[in-house]
Design a protein around this ligand. Structure first.
Ligand code: ADP
Length: 507
């Protein structure tokens, strides 16, 4: 239950008081072995509302020993969870889905409070994130094996899928609910248990989701949540990667941290599932419906204020339609990007998540402008609204010597370049070590198929700015990651194939 001291910390009490019947979703303890616990050291760290810089509450600042206790709990729970029937696991996942659906408004309020995204987007994230629980509740009952004709007489070859064991789930702040459900839904369906380490900016959503899992009947130890500040993340990460009881590390976050975790996982030859940074091209050819492309540019760029790994990072526009596209895009930004706190009616663009992100975006744009780039709209922080707000921006005349040319921006800044030929744009688009999402706008069917083949990205959207759902396989190539989430392939990340040979049983 929420304490009176937490209520006094809520500087926007109305945000939560509307849903006061369900205030227990705001939890300030971590969750290990079915218990709501503080850190062994009793240390805490604050969770900040990025819209007003005020403290929402404090949560345990856990250390390696706490992570070890969580891994032990998950390992112990695995012994029984792995032997539950697929039908039982499906039933429990479905109940968790129902609980989250019923509590959409309350979960959304927590997401908005700690991540800053507008309430409507937070609700959208619950629907999207919850679709993975629904999907994997179904998938759980279809993790089938194979019986293969044997090359030898009187022998049978059987392949079955075995759960990997304890999965360490390390998640980012940009989709604090969905990044958990698409991993945990899949791993639970497969028969694994987990320790979740949510991002330090957004631990409250993870704790709220765990609370609903507990209420849905997820057995103790199957899901554990270890919260920590950024300072303690490396020590916890080491346990979550190197403990011999961990079978898999499932991470979504930056390529930089992904490489550190991959290195640690390699010591124990652990399975990894890595969803890392992107550098998505958004390509518009002359045959495209330009108004449609501009509308979808809004979705691909400004969802979560540009803070998404599949967010469009480089707008590559054919020279014949460049001016028409940027004007249509600018018009939409001027009308559709309304900055403010996510709780305010009508707001579509919240703050950036933290001071580092705000500094990064400001630095990239300032560098580009100082070297000759032009801001068609926006181009500076919106300090009059709050310390982490940044204007929705279009930059043109960006050159390779500017830092913003090659970096993943992760903010509301659309960099628009001109190109002349299909061959040229493919080379520009593929000229990156990232390969997650990509977007192409064309009405030429042949060109659409060529783009699908030639773009070195895990995902290609033709004439659409949104491509993520539970049904398709989400994931990247090159330095954007390893493995796929969602689809029927999502559970494969958390299973090994076991080969059993049956021989000499009929003698
Ligand atoms: P972002 O740039 O989106 O914050 P990060 O990759 O920095 O992405 O962080 C994603 C997640 O990885 C967060 O939960 C963060 O606490 C965690 N993290 C960061 N560094 C480490 C580390 N060395 N070991 C384990 N987890 C880490």
């Amino acid at each position: 239950m929420i304490s009176s001291c937490v209520v006094s910390l809520l500087n926007k009490p109305s945000l939560f008081l509307k849903g006061s019947r369900r205030l227990h979703l705001l939890n300030k303890n971590a969750y290990i072995n079915g218990q709501w616990v503080s850190a062994g050291s009793k240390a805490v760290f604050p969770v900040i509302n990025p819209a007003d810089d005020k403290v929402i509450t404090e949560v345990p600042d856990m250390e390696a020993a706490d992570a070890k206790a969580a891994v032990d709990a998950a390992s112990s729970a695995f012994k029984t969870w792995k032997d539950t029937t697929a039908k039982e696991r499906s039933y429990i996942l479905r109940k968790w889905y129902d609980m989250c659906a019923k509590n959409t408004d309350h979960l959304a309020q927590i997401i908005t409070a700690e991540s800053g995204k507008p309430l409507a987007e937070s609700k959208g994230e619950i629907v999207y994130g919850n679709s993975f629980l629904e999907w994997f509740a179904d998938t759980a009952r279809h993790i089938n094996g194979e019986v293969i004709p044997s090359p030898w007489p009187n022998k049978t070859i059987m392949l079955t899928r075995q759960p990997l064991g304890v999965v360490s789930v390390i998640t980012p702040w940009n989709f604090p609910f969905a990044m958990i459900t698409r991993k945990v839904g899949a791993l639970m369906a497969a028969g694994c248990t987990c320790v979740i380490k949510p991002a330090e900016d957004t631990p409250l959503t993870a704790l709220a989701a765990a609370k609903l899992a507990e209420e849905a009947g997820v057995p103790k130890g199957v899901i554990n949540v270890v919260t920590s500040s950024r300072k303690n993340a490396p020590a916890i990460g080491k346990v979550l990667c190197e403990d011999p009881n961990v079978g898999c590390i499932s991470f979504t976050g930056s390529t930089h941290v992904g490489k550190i975790l991959y290195g640690m996982a390699s010591k124990g030859i652990k399975r990894v599932s890595l969803e890392l940074g992107g550098n998505a091209p958004f390509i518009v050819f002359p045959s495209a419906d330009i108004e449609h492309a501009a509308e979808h540019a809004m979705l691909a760029k400004f969802r979560n204020n540009g803070q998404a790994c599949v967010g469009a990072n480089r707008f590559l526009i054919h020279k014949d339609v460049f001016d028409t596209f940027v004007q249509a895009f600018k018009k939409r930004i001027a009308k559709g990007c309304i900055m403010g706190p996510g709780t305010k009616e009508g707001v579509t663009c919240g703050p950036l998540i933290n001071t580092e992100q705000a500094k990064k975006v400001t630095g990239l744009v300032d560098d580009a402008l100082s070297k000759g780039a032009k801001a068609l709209i926006g181009g500076k922080p919106a300090v009059e609204i709050g310390s982490k707000f940044y204007e929705s921006t279009i930059l043109t005349d960006v050159k390779p010597e500017m830092k913003i040319y090659a970096e993943e921006i992760f903010g509301p800044v659309a960099v628009c370049h001109k190109f002349e030929t299909e061959q040229e744009v493919v080379a520009i688009a593929n000229g990156t070590r990232s390969g997650l999402g990509s977007y192409v706008f064309t009405k030429d069917l042949g060109q659409a198929f060529r783009m699908s083949r030639q773009l070195d990205f895990g995902m290609v959207a033709i004439n659409d700015g949104i491509l993520s759902a539970a049904e398709p396989a989400f994931g990247g190539i090159k330095e954007s990651g390893i493995g796929r989430e969602g689809s029927k392939h999502g559970v494969e990340e958390y299973t090994d194939i076991k080969y059993t040979l049956f021989s000499a049983l009929d003698k």
